[in-house]
Design a protein around this ligand. Structure first.
Ligand code: ADP
Length: 452
């Protein structure tokens, strides 16, 4: 395969992930081009990129306008686009359009993005390559009768999910048959509202599982490597709040089995670039595949911290046609890393988003502390976008050290002007169950009742 060097990259994103990609570009000696919407004029990433261009009009549409973004990339002489996460990152059409316009899309092949964007099709495909997949309907469903029949076959409790969804939206747990109708209808309505398609599917509900995901990285030559797992069980409303690498409570036997399943599946598929296979584990360590994410994830830094691998840089090199620079056996993993998502929301007021001007922003630092953040003193948080303003990541050689470091770093963190979830994180890192590694996906909901 011919190698094609990338000299200039357009970053089709904003906030902390745009900053993260610019940093990778700079270290690799690539030029970076930022884009920004009308309301993002004060974005820090705009100042750090080599060039920047506004996209006028609707502020959300600005980062979703495939045609405008591709034409800007061409006009500014970019040979590649990095989509980050969210926005266009999982649009197979966008990846295809880039290819047709002679621009390298830094990510997986369009056919794999399309496959995994359809959750029922992807479960079917994974089953075929030997992955233990959670039991559920094989096709999207849109009638109540069909749904109820499937739910009865699977057996209650079940979970209803949006077939083309994400972010925990359009998801409903149904414990008993009598509640099915109402919850089915509300799931369909939510799926329609957020994803434009009301299709849902039904799955067996695993009681209080752990969420364990495997980071995969693969080149164009069939070299597939895993970068171990992340434990993302600490969630609120099915959305991740804290992520940990490696999982502090997983037996080596199960861990090895997950690595084997994930690398084999991605090899058989001919997958390339980075991706994450998400699994649920029940209390008996049964493994259930739920979905695959075909993009760099919010929580990728914890994997970088324990592996020393720069995931974004390697993504860029893979897109250029380079072979992976390491074999599985050559990787050394060390210590524990914990990521805390910093959300502008008020944990004392129903997690209501908190917007406005940041009057003072004093970030933690020191050994073992990494800040991936998109805001600064004087920056105004805009309600148009996600309330996550960045991440605090810590690393230490052992679990106890990582928790101690997290406590110290969270205590150093000072933000004035907007409410954030930092006080909640401070409580978690002092909680005896968290310290003792006793947590699954029900942890935070239960704790929220007892925290101040
Ligand atoms: P999304 O793509 O919307 O984030 P996922 O399918 O990744 O949805 O699931 C998000 C979270 O919802 C999981 O981490 C888990 O906590 C919960 N969940 C999803 N499916 C199930 C299930 N079948 N049983 C129990 N919990 C589930």
């Amino acid at each position: 395969m011919k190698r094609r060097e990338i000299k200039k990259i357009l970053i089709a994103n904003r906030g902390e992930i745009a900053m993260r990609i610019i940093r990778a570009c700079k270290e690799l000696g690539k030029k970076s081009v930022a884009i920004f919407s009308e309301v993002d004029i004060d974005g820090v990433w705009i100042r750090k990129a080599d060039e920047c261009y506004p996209i006028l009009g609707d502020p959300i549409q600005a980062y979703l306008d495939a045609e405008k973004i591709i034409s800007l990339a061409k006009k500014s002489g970019c040979d590649a686009i990095h989509p980050g996460y969210g926005f266009l990152s999982e649009s197979a059409e966008f990846a295809q359009m880039c290819e047709e316009n002679g621009i390298i899309f830094i990510g997986p092949k369009p056919e794999h993005i399309a496959l995994f964007g359809d959750k029922t099709a992807s479960k079917k495909a994974m089953k075929e390559v030997g992955v233990p997949v959670i039991e559920g309907t094989e096709e999207p469903i849109n009638s109540l009768e069909e749904g109820l029949k499937a739910a009865k076959e699977i057996g209650f409790p079940v979970i209803i999910k949006a077939a083309f969804g994400g972010g925990g939206r359009g998801m409903r747990i149904v414990l008993e048959e009598k509640d099915f109708k109402e919850l089915f209808e509300s799931a369909v309505n939510e799926a329609k509202k957020f994803f434009g398609k009301g299709d849902v599917f039904i799955e067996k509900y695993v009681n209080n599982p752990r969420h364990i995901e495997i980071q995969i990285i693969a080149d164009k030559y069939g070299n597939v490597v895993h970068l171990r797992e992340r434990d993302c069980s600490i969630q609120r409303r099915h959305q991740k709040v804290i992520e940990i690498a490696p999982s502090p409570r997983l037996s080596d036997e199960v861990r090895r089995e997950l690595y084997r399943i994930a690398t084999k599946a991605m090899f058989r598929l001919g997958y390339e670039s980075v991706g994450t296979m998400e699994f649920l584990l029940d209390d008996k360590d049964n493994i259930y595949f739920i979905e695959m994410n075909t993009r760099v994830q919010v929580e990728h830094p914890v994997t970088e911290m324990i592996s020393g691998i720069d995931i974004i840089q390697r993504m860029i090199e893979i897109a250029e046609g380079d072979k992976l620079i390491f074999l599985q056996e050559e990787l050394n993993f060390r210590g524990y890393s914990i990521e805390f998502r910093i959300n502008a929301e008020d944990p004392n007021n129903g997690f209501f988003p908190s917007f406005g001007k940041i009057k003072k922003f004093l970030a933690p630092g020191g050994p073992g502390v990494r800040m991936d953040i998109g805001v600064y003193t004087g920056y105004t948080i805009n309600p148009c976008y996600d309330s996550m303003i960045g991440k605090l990541i810590v690393w230490a050689l052992d679990w106890k050290g990582a928790v101690n470091k997290a406590r110290r770093a969270l205590d150093e963190f000072y933000i004035e002007g907007v409410k954030t979830n930092i006080p909640l994180h401070r409580e978690i890192v002092r909680d005896k169950d968290f310290i003792a590694r006793r947590f699954d996906t029900s942890y935070l909901n239960n704790k929220l009742e007892t925290f101040n």
